[in-house]
Ligand binder design. Structure first.
Ligand SMILES: Nc1ncnc2c1ncn2[C@@H]1O[C@H](COP(=O)(O)OP(=O)(O)OP(=O)(O)O)[C@@H](O)[C@H]1O
Length: 346
């Protein structure tokens, strides 16, 4: 649904060149929620602004729903008609909502519909339908200042859906919201994704957002995508940075002992594997840390355990864990990226 090929953006600022995007290849499949995560300055905002050509990339291409946007003329407010039309099919929501304070909620949602040339009656009907969809049917006549942050973002979402887009871009849409409101807005995005088949590309600096709502994710650093894939595959990939950051584990091994990181997913998350390991192999297992959560619809988790003896003394125990369908890693040992993990440039 969204493909970027060798996307590069170089800014020229005060006689200096800043490479914000450095050959980004991204592939977002139809109907998925795809999260791009990275620290401040990694290039996330630039990427999302290049995807709908608010910024024109220095080189590379952006294809959305089969249209090569980079082949269409203009950019930002000076976009030519074909690009403007293509952009009406791409909705966008923002961290600070970007609502017009002088317009009512309904007036804000009607704005893109005015640009699309709908009649007053058509606009009103569509805006009220959209308000219903985002759970704000009773706020049509309110002004943005009378709304909470979560309600403002719901209006932003309704406005973004006015052009019946197939794609929704979200630029840190929950970063200004408290945790509970964040959860309800993410749930709304998930519902819309399922109900309307909407493809969502979101950027965030919060791992929790990826965990809660994303089917796939990419990690950005210094303008490059350093890791990407389906979240559940990443979790099962030894050496994945994203997996380690989604479920951070701490704890170091005592001398002559073996640290083991185990990832549980699918059916294995509910089985008493550790007690069986201790019983069947007659060893003492120390649990140093664990994190269980629901990713997408599946229970997943990671656990760091310590076994007596060195790794070579624990071959049978490690083989037992692998035979249970678990992903097993010895921290510090050389990682072998699995096939599910695409490492750019590798
Ligand atoms: N208009 C601009 N002119 C010059 N440099 C820019 C411009 N916009 C972004 N940059 C630079 O490009 C790099 C990537 O910035 P970008 O805003 O895309 O990162 P980000 O990951 O979204 O960070 P944040 O989460 O802080 O917004 C940074 O070094 C930034 O300073």
């Amino acid at each position: 649904m969204i493909t970027t090929t060798d996307l590069t953006k170089v800014y020229h600022s005060r006689g200096r060149e800043v490479t914000a995007l450095d050959g980004v290849n991204l592939h977002v499949r139809p109907g998925e929620v795809f999260g791009v995560i990275g620290q401040s300055g990694a290039g996330k905002s630039t990427l999302i602004r290049c995807v709908n050509l608010l910024e024109r990339p220095t080189s590379g291409t952006v294809t959305v729903d089969g249209t090569d946007l980079t082949a269409l003329a203009g950019r930002g407010k000076r976009a030519g008609r074909p690009l403007r039309e293509a952009r009406t099919r791409i909705g966008m929501i923002f961290q600070h909502f970007n609502l017009l304070s002088a317009r009512t909620v309904q007036g804000n949602i009607e704005l893109p519909l005015e640009i699309l040339g709908l009649t007053r009656r058509e606009r009103a009907r569509k805006a009220l339908d959209l308000l219903d969809l985002v759970g704000l049917a009773d706020k049509a006549r309110a002004y943005p200042t009378q709304l909470s942050g979560g309600q403002k973002q719901r209006v932003g979402i309704a406005r973004a859906l006015a052009g019946d887009p197939k794609v929704l871009l979200s630029d840190e849409a929950t970063s200004a919201l408290d945790p509970e409101t964040t959860r309800s807005v993410l749930q709304l995005l998930r519902d819309l994704n399922r109900q309307l088949g909407l493809t969502v590309l979101l950027i965030t600096h919060e791992m929790d957002v990826v965990k809660t709502v994303c089917d796939s994710a990419a990690l950005m650093r210094d303008g490059r995508i350093v890791e990407s894939g389906v979240v559940s595959d990443l979790l099962a990939t030894p050496g994945s940075t994203l997996a380690a950051e989604l479920f951070p584990l701490t704890g170091t091994a005592g001398t002559g002992r073996t640290l083991v990181d185990i990832t549980f997913h699918g059916g294995s998350a509910g089985r008493p594997v550790i007690s069986q390991l201790a019983r069947d192999h007659d060893i003492d297992v120390s649990i140093l840390g664990a994190a269980m959560d629901t990713v997408g619809d599946a229970q997943v988790g990671r656990m760091r355990i310590e076994l007596p003896g060195r790794p070579e003394d624990n071959d049978r125990a490690l083989a037992f864990l692998r035979a249970q369908g678990l992903t097993v890693e010895i921290p510090g040992a050389a990682a072998t990226p699995g096939v599910a993990l695409s490492k750019e440039g590798a």
